[in-house]
Design a protein around this ligand. Structure first.
Ligand SMILES: Nc1ncnc2c1ncn2[C@@H]1O[C@H](COP(=O)(O)OP(=O)(O)OP(=O)(O)O)[C@@H](O)[C@H]1O
Length: 575
């Protein structure tokens, strides 16, 4: 709860006004039965003036109840909306500082559940605090005092009633709160599965995996249901149980009043207010119980947000360093890297240097560490040991904006966002002109298909870019990478869905039109990088050779082997 205090402070005025509405509303609720008793006595004594006066006050109290109730909801909502929206913004800003390793540690699905579902629980909790948690204890204490004052000689009945209902409440609340952790855990699991299912819906359908996927989802959903049913079971026993206890105590007190009515005839007028106070007490206990449960549920969510806030980003940039783009040279000095959740190093003692403007190919078998190496250049992870320098600066010392301006990374899996083609390309450069869009599209061999749309660059990209082919997506993401004009461009197997001719044209365009750009081309096929100034050969995380295609054919057995296998495969395909 401590995490919320600074946020509440921002809404001091609303908190103060909520407290005032609570005090007045509690007073109106508690004073009404007392006044009713007074009116009954005045009726019995035939005091008409007093009856009219007190009835008017009763109506006034009713109105006060309504007005303070409405104002309470208004101010509580203002606090809740304000606090949760500030907290969500801060949490979102914190997630923005996360490295890939941090995101992986939580899983992106869990982060989105925390931002949506957990925030909703926190919202319910704050609303409950300002509507019930402060008001109901006041009403509870007030109704206990008033019930005792109404018939002092049966004070013990109130004590018995409280003890029984509280006992029931404590058992139920304990049971229910232990289930909230499980509830959030299953929510994470289900949203993870649903996200995975929707993202891979084509694979699921084409491999006829729908029944299996549905069965997995059903299993998690059944487990969540079980938790919900148990919570529901406890909820459904509390209310009737507490009502039964209250009516038993009320019946006992009414019976006792009946047996002694001759000695205390004035007790006739106390029965109604007494029943009223006992029922108010019951109502207050139930609402306090519910509020405690809502708050403990909110606390689970708050703890999950706190976990995000307490996480130290494991890639920290030097915000004091200059924001200007760095140079285009790359230097790896004895770099090794193990993924945060991995056992074995994926890169082992890698050292190499690339001069600005060079085109460098990286080849190696699948899983040899090519993409990992590229991700280290973009500082999506830090090396476990060793040092990487870009433009002569140690990556651990650079400013984040400087690095993002320097390295443009076109991912292996092309990802576009909903919006227009132009919106997507401008993610590379916010203020790119139409000329720059066209030039980048031409270099990426995307211009031809873009020109076929009536709206050209304003053509809509649907959600998950479902209206584009794999090759079109790759061309657009290459164009997005090019448009940034960064000194270093990394193409991580980004031409795999293109035909050989388009791939060649893209390479020629890069060579001719971006001669000063350092280009790192990761490729499965040697033919894609054979014209590079230098080729790095990775084998099981080790840099086993570097040189031009001709040099490597003479000196590197690993390179020869890959080349031979690929040539043989090509020949087979031609036959
Ligand atoms: N996020 C990750 N967490 C843990 N291990 C990972 C992660 N990404 C990759 N790996 C592991 O690191 C190794 C190298 O993967 P990487 O993607 O760098 O290889 P690659 O050479 O680019 O492969 P490919 O040509 O198939 O893309 C693999 O064994 C892979 O399982």
């Amino acid at each position: 709860m401590k995490i919320l205090l600074p946020y509440f402070k921002r809404y001091k005025k609303d908190v103060f006004l909520t407290l005032i509405t609570i005090v007045f509303s509690a007073f109106a609720t508690l004073y009404q039965p007392r006044l009713l008793q007074q009116v009954q006595n005045e009726l019995l004594a035939d005091q008409q003036q007093a009856v009219i006066r007190d009835t008017a006050i009763l109506i006034g109290l009713g109105l006060l109840s309504i007005i303070t109730g409405v104002l309470n909801v208004y101010y509580a909502s203002r606090i809740t909306q304000g606090v949760v929206s500030d907290l969500r913004e801060d949490t979102y800003a914190k997630i923005q500082t996360f490295s890939l390793a941090n995101v992986q540690q939580f899983s992106s699905e869990s982060l989105s559940v925390r931002l949506i579902n957990d925030m909703q629980q926190i919202m319910n909790m704050i609303m409950t605090i300002f509507m019930q948690l402060i008001r109901m204890p006041l009403i509870l204490i007030g109704s206990i005092i008033m019930a005792i004052v109404t018939i002092p000689r049966y004070w013990w009945a109130v004590v018995v009633l409280l003890a029984l209902i509280m006992g029931l409440g404590v058992v139920a609340v304990k049971q229910i709160t232990t289930m909230f952790d499980k509830f959030q855990m299953y929510m994470d699991k289900i949203s993870g599965r649903t996200g995975e299912f929707l993202q891979g819906v084509r694979v699921v359908k084409s491999f006829n995996q729908s029944p299996q996927e549905i069965a997995k989802l059903n299993k998690d959903s059944d487990e969540l249901n079980e938790v919900n049913i148990k919570v529901g079971y406890w909820f459904s026993t509390i209310l009737p149980g507490a009502q039964l206890i209250s009516y038993l105590v009320i019946s006992l007190v009414v019976y006792l009043i009946g047996t002694s009515i001759l000695q205390h005839p004035q007790d006739v007028s106390v029965i109604t207010p007494y029943v009223n106070y006992v029922l108010t007490m019951l109502f207050a206990i139930l609402l306090v119980g519910m509020a405690v449960m809502q708050i403990s549920r909110g606390n689970v969510s708050l703890r999950r947000i706190q976990e995000i806030m307490d996480t130290q980003p494991d890639v920290v940039f030097n915000e004091k360093a200059p924001e200007d783009a760095l140079g285009g040279s790359i230097e790896f000095d004895d770099v090794s890297f193990t993924y945060p959740d991995g056992q074995q190093p994926v890169l082992k003692h890698i050292s190499f240097a690339v001069a600005p403007g060079q085109m460098v190919g990286i080849v190696g078998a699948t899983g040899s560490g090519k993409s990992t190496l590229a991700q280290l250049i973009a500082r999506l992870y830090d090396p476990t040991t060793g040092k990487i320098k870009i433009g002569g600066s140690d990556l651990r010392q650079v400013n984040e904006n400087a690095l993002r301006k320097t390295v443009s990374y076109v991912l292996q899996k092309a990802v576009l966002f909903s919006g227009t083609i132009a919106d997507n390309l401008r993610q590379g450069k916010k203020d790119a002109t139409s000329y720059e869009l066209e030039r980048a599209a031409q270099m990426a061999q995307a211009s031809e298909f873009i020109q076929r749309y009536d709206e050209t660059f304003d053509h809509e990209v649907e959600e998950r870019s479902a209206n584009f082919s794999g090759g079109q997506k790759q061309r657009l993401s290459i164009a997005r990478g090019i448009i940034a004009g960064s000194p270093i461009l990394i193409l991580d197997d980004s031409t795999s869905a293109l035909d050989a001719e388009s791939e060649k044209l893209i390479q020629e365009a890069l060579e001719k039109q971006l001669p000063d750009t350092t280009t790192i081309m990761i490729a499965e096929k040697i033919v894609s990088v054979m014209h590079a100034d230098k080729i790095l050969v990775l084998d099981n995380g080790r840099l086993v050779a570097e040189g031009t295609h001709e040099e490597l054919l003479k000196t590197s057995p690993v390179y020869q082997e890959i080349y031979k296998t690929q040539k043989a495969k090509e020949r087979k395909e031609e036959l």
